[in-house]
Write a protein that binds this ligand. Structure first.
Ligand SMILES: O=P(O)(O)OC[C@H]1O[C@H](O[C@H]2O[C@H](CO)[C@@H](O)[C@H](O)[C@H]2O)[C@H](O)[C@@H](O)[C@@H]1O
Length: 388
């Protein structure tokens, strides 16, 4: 039995401001593979899809920023509103909606048997986001540690399937948390890719050389903006700028809501001079990155190609992520009609993922099940081989 859910004010505030500025392009979410699905539950079709917030700093960017600031103000719940949201009637009606949503995006644990049936005969490739997926969201980005148990689970996963971590963070920072050399790492939202430095049965010698950085020309610009933001954000208590090498994160998790608009204005004023950079919104974080056509979805495609699986019909990529930036990868899977996107969320979210998991603990459970399934599936084969 799944736990009852209550939407938290933070999620509501961010979701509301996203709704105001997002691209209302229609999009359908469907279970993959959509036609030959072996899954018992079909995903619903969404009326609208909130594409990733993209506030280019040039041209109309200013107007869109104001919309963002306005919606931020409008959507920031006061304490009274927050208390009302947590009232019994709010919780009950939200639970009803949430249960409907979960029917459309079933728990990957509930439909586990269907997932492995759909992957039968195919090479599973695992793509894992880091923050909010492998580690819980915490106030201090430098302390978003992965647990030892999760690390061991990911290590086991990598023994059985080619595995990549795809993160908005700096590649070396993610590596310093995860410390598994047998994985692929795609940092800076996929703009900094490196293959495993430890050989596994999935990583042939040549994959060691995998290295791809499509945005190197932006490094001086990113560095300049980092310095400017570090200086200016000193004025906003609780704000924090993180240098992710090919992108920057301006955190507002610890900023008083009353100062959000000042922070947004300040970021806008810096970015005005850099039309080649764009701004997107994550979980209480503004992400600044080059406006090149490269994202986590492209990184997924690049990694499949590096594994020699780009055009294979026999590949089953599984992408697990919690962030809006992960939607790019979910969309790629949707477009390829291949594999499975799993959104990590305990609240209703518009997504192109087919399945859901509520939190990192459930991600770990799912990964463990996958390893167990793979081990037991290869047992008879191993026994046969020993007999010969
Ligand atoms: O792609 P991801 O691996 O999910 O990285 C996205 C951003 O994650 C981090 O920020 C988020 O997690 C922090 C720690 O829990 C939290 O304090 C923050 O509010 C979240 O937005 C990371 O610090 C960013 O650089 C990443 O871009």
């Amino acid at each position: 039995m799944r736990k009852q859910s209550v939407i938290v004010p933070e999620e509501l505030a961010v979701t509301t401001l996203m709704a105001v500025v997002a691209d209302p392009a229609a999009h359908h979410s469907a279970l993959l593979p959509p036609r030959s699905s072996a899954f018992g539950v079909r995903c619903a079709r969404y009326k609208r899809f909130l594409s990733q917030l993209d506030m280019g700093s040039g041209g109309g960017g200013g107007a869109r920023i104001s919309a963002w600031v306005d919606s931020m103000r409008a959507s920031s719940p006061t304490h009274v509103k927050a208390a009302a949201m947590l009232s019994a009637s709010f919780a009950a009606s939200h639970d009803e909606d949430y249960n409907k949503w979960v029917k459309q995006h079933p728990s990957a644990l509930t439909v586990f048997e269907d997932i492995v049936a759909a992957s039968k005969g195919k090479q599973i490739v695992m793509f894992l986001d880091y923050d909010g997926t492998l580690s819980p969201i915490v106030d201090d980005p430098d302390r978003a540690f992965i647990s030892n148990a999760m690390r061991e689970t990911v290590r086991d996963v990598a023994r059985h399937f080619p595995t990549a971590i795809v993160s908005g963070r700096r590649r070396d920072k993610v590596f310093s948390f995860v410390r598994l050399r047998e994985l692929y790492y795609a940092g800076s939202h996929g703009m900094d890719i490196k293959g495993p430095t430890k050989r596994t049965k999935h990583t042939k010698a040549k994959t060691k050389a995998v290295m791809f950085q499509p945005a190197t020309e932006f490094l001086p610009m990113i560095d300049e903006v980092y310095k400017a933001l570090m200086e200016k954000t000193k004025l906003i208590p609780g704000s924090r700028v993180e240098n992710n090498t090919f992108s920057l994160s301006v955190h507002f998790r610890c900023v008083d809501e009353k100062a959000w608009s000042s922070l947004a204005e300040l970021v806008r004023s810096v970015l005005k001079r850099y039309p080649k950079l764009r701004l997107t919104l994550g979980r209480k974080v503004l992400e600044i990155r080059p406006s090149i056509k490269w994202d986590k979805g492209k990184a997924l495609e690049f990694l499949l190609a590096s594994l020699g699986l780009a055009d294979s019909g026999n590949v089953f990529p599984v992408y697990i992520g919690d962030d809006r930036t992960d939607e790019d990868a979910f969309r790629v899977l949707h477009g390829r009609r291949q594999g499975l996107g799993i959104l990590v969320s305990g609240v209703i979210r518009e997504t192109s993922a087919c399945c859901s998991l509520r939190q990192p603990a459930e991600v770990q459970e799912f990964l463990r099940w996958l390893v167990e399934w793979k081990r037991s599936a290869s047992l008879p084969r191993r026994t046969e081989a020993r007999k010969k």
